[in-house]
Design a protein around this ligand. Structure first.
Ligand SMILES: Nc1ncnc2c1ncn2[C@@H]1O[C@H](COP(=O)(O)OP(=O)(O)OP(=O)(O)O)[C@@H](O)[C@H]1O
Ligand SMILES: [Mg+2]
Length: 207
């Protein structure tokens, strides 16, 4: 069974796409069969790795036509496939909003691919919306990158946690919100970061 992992944050620019791309390639390199899904209308992840075989469609086709056929492209990395983002005008958001099963459709479609992959990794946009909801509800596990600075930490506590709380009732419809792991992954060269790294003034030099 494949593990579905969604990288999510309500804050933009925290490193979601970079984490998705690196994690996917690393796992593909050690032999895992990995599918990336670019659920951001700004298709950064879709152009991260060269595409060697481009499918006719991408995420819009997957969700609207409700079939994976013709939606999975191959990258130049063995074992690493991708469903590209094909919605530059953001129409998919509205479609999901106005379709009765819109928010849970991606979850059911990805479950149909489970035999083909060990890991399905979904990258999302850094803003609340129906597409982000669909990506969250598709996940067994949620991962949120948090740069170690106060504004990102506050937004994680306020925005991301609030968004997950809002989606919790979807469990009654068979789409429980998966557990969330925060990843503090970057130490800036700032005074704050230096202060965090520095041992306390009262510590002995041995620490
Ligand atoms: N671990 C890291 N160390 C240093 N810089 C990083 C790291 N991860 C990402 N970055 C840089 O931070 C910037 C934002 O990264 P990225 O595009 O992955 O964020 P994002 O959360 O996907 O943004 P968006 O919300 O716009 O989709 C990029 O310039 C990227 O190179
Ligand atoms: Mg991104």
């Amino acid at each position: 069974m494949a593990l579905s992992l969604t990288i999510v944050s309500t804050k933009g620019g925290v490193g979601k796409t970079t984490l998705a791309a690196n994690l996917a390639a690393l796992l593909a390199d050690i032999g895992q069969r990995v599918l990336l899904v670019d659920a951001d209308p700004q298709p950064t992840l879709s152009s991260y790795y060269p595409i060697t075989e481009r499918a006719a469609g991408g995420l819009t086709r997957l969700i609207v036509d409700a079939t994976p056929d013709g939606t999975i492209s191959r990258t130049n990395i063995p074992n690493l496939d991708i469903v590209t983002s094909d919605d530059p005008e953001g129409r998919l958001q509205n479609w999901i909003l106005h379709t009765p099963d819109g928010r849970v459709r991606l979850r059911h479609l990805l479950r149909r691919l489970e035999g083909r992959y060990d890991l399905i990794l979904v990258d999302t946009q850094g803003a609340v919306g129906p597409l982000q909801d669909a990506a969250v509800l598709a996940a067994d596990l949620l991962v949120s990158p948090i740069p170690p600075e106060i504004l990102s930490a506050r937004e994680f506590a306020r925005g991301t946690i609030t968004m997950l709380e809002r989606l919790k009732p979807m469990a009654a419809l068979g789409a429980p919100v998966g557990p969330l792991r925060g990843i503090i992954y970057r130490l800036d060269r700032t005074r704050d970061a230096r202060a965090i790294r520095r041992p306390p003034a009262f510590s002995s030099g041995a620490i």
